[in-house]
Ligand binder design. Structure first.
Ligand code: PA5
Length: 435
């Protein structure tokens, strides 16, 4: 595996699709890529993400770095307000990089990130407000449309709180708005109040916006290196837009999952063996679910975290209805070692493991699971990452985005709209009496 590349393997689908099925699908993936690159498909006004890594304005990056430098020592907490594509990408990267026990750390050089605007739960806000009372904080409110109810309600509550706590002028300096260049209530408010603001490009949809300020500002505010994240994404952009199909991991992933879908595997289970990747899965679910689930078609994206979920969903994966394909995200190296101590009595019978690292043990669990699922009738794809760092994550995000655009075109849908999301809103507004 080349350093910092991701490696895609579909060896364990060979019993489930023929070589011919795969080749036909790979040709369709190549056509999907051409449609993307030539901008001739449905939703072609939302392709700004394709060349985003190589074309991002350096002035935007400098402003992000200066907003972080201005706020990081004044805020022990930073609230990211947003929903769907306006928060999942940032959360995916931050949670993948930070310690599982980050909240418990007594000293940190960057604010601890918390989230709002992704729920309407009264419980959530009633628990959040006392935390904001007792900690210094700042806020980024993120909404492309600038009119989405969940973040608008959260910002109404938090704006009121922060202005009461610090006064209007100091509050103004602690608020950042990320929204459309011209439209929407948030745009108007940001202009009138004079917040530091960033634009979400018109031609980048929410779920493809992690490499715009939508993802970059929160990730930088959490203390992670967005230059390295973008370097990984740039590398991925040059690989997946240019490499021939038979060497192109993104096209091979798109081709394999679609070939399996056509054979009746309707569910794709994204699995990993590292809990900190759980929000990578959440981001991926939104990316694929909202892009492909249309016209009564589309692979259902689902996710599990092993070995934890082997003790809840392992039975179904092994032996339930055979409609599931599995994509394993496998990470080669761990960030740190934990020794398994020797025990003279060995009452727990674990001494046989003491010479092995936990990472080795986890990899044996992974390999054992892959073999078992394959033998039980689950076609398994594998995405191998060398390690979890900014550069690799930037690469992975772009890999999934590119394969998603290609997959949507292979399926014959517009991957860049989301008309179905409006239905619940219409009903909610009727029930709330919105004029
Ligand atoms: O992918 C999308 O477009 C959606 O998931 C949006 O990101 C989500 O609905 C939030 O929309 P907005 O950023 O306009 O508040």
């Amino acid at each position: 595996m080349t350093k910092k590349n991701i490696n895609f393997s579909s060896k364990l689908v060979e019993n489930f699709i023929t070589y011919n099925d795969f080749n036909i699908s790979l040709q369709q993936a190549e056509q999907g890529r051409q449609t993307l690159l030539d901008a001739t498909g449905a939703g072609n006004d939302f392709l700004g993400w394709v060349h985003l890594p190589s074309s991002l304005d350096t002035e935007v990056l400098q402003r992000i770095h200066s907003d972080v430098a201005r706020l990081k020592d004044r805020c022990s907490l930073f609230v990211i307000i947003g929903i769907g594509g306006s928060y999942l990408g940032a959360r995916a990267v931050i949670e993948a990089l930070q310690s599982e026990f980050e909240a418990m750390r007594s000293k940190r050089s960057f604010p601890y990130i918390i989230y709002a605007g992704h729920t309407l739960s009264e419980e959530y806000y009633s628990q959040l407000l006392p935390i904001l009372d007792s900690n210094d904080y700042g806020v980024a409110v993120i909404s492309k449309s600038g009119t989405t109810t969940e973040p608008a309600v959260a910002f109404r509550i938090i704006k009121h709180h922060i202005e009461q706590k610090y006064g209007k002028e100091e509050a103004r300096q602690r608020i950042i708005a990320i929204t459309d260049a011209q439209r929407g209530a948030l745009h108007t408010m940001a202009q009138q109040e004079g917040y530091s603001s960033y634009v979400i490009p018109d031609n980048v949809g929410g779920r493809f916006s992690v490499l715009t300020p939508v993802g970059l500002l929160p990730i930088a505010m959490a203390g992670y290196n967005i230059d390295n994240l973008l370097a990984g994404a740039r590398k991925a952009e040059s690989l997946y837009t240019l490499l021939p199909a038979d060497e192109n991991a993104a096209l091979q992933y798109a081709a394999t999952r679609n070939a399996l879908y056509n054979k009746g595997y309707k569910v794709e289970m994204l699995t990993n063996f590292i809990p900190s990747l759980r929000y990578i899965s959440e981001w991926w679910k939104q990316l694929y679910g909202e892009s492909e689930g249309k016209e009564h078609k589309g692979i259902l994206p689902h996710s599990l975290c092993f070995t934890t979920d082997l003790h809840s969903m392992g039975q179904y994966m092994q032996d339930g209805e055979r409609m599931i394909m599995e994509t394993v995200i496998s990470v080669a190296s761990a960030k740190a070692k934990v020794a398994i101590p020797h025990d003279e009595q060995d009452l727990d019978n674990v001494n046989y493991l003491e010479k092995k690292s936990l990472n080795e043990i986890n990899h044996c669990a992974e390999q054992g699971t892959i073999e078992a699922h394959h033998d039980g009738g689950v076609p398994v794809m594998k995405i191998e990452l060398e390690q979890i760092d900014e550069e690799t994550l930037g690469h992975l995000l772009y890999f999934f985005e590119f394969a998603c655009g290609v997959s949507g075109y292979m399926l014959g849908v517009n991957p860049f709209n989301q008309p179905g999301v409006e239905a619940y809103k219409k009903n909610m507004f009727r029930l709330l009496g919105k004029k």
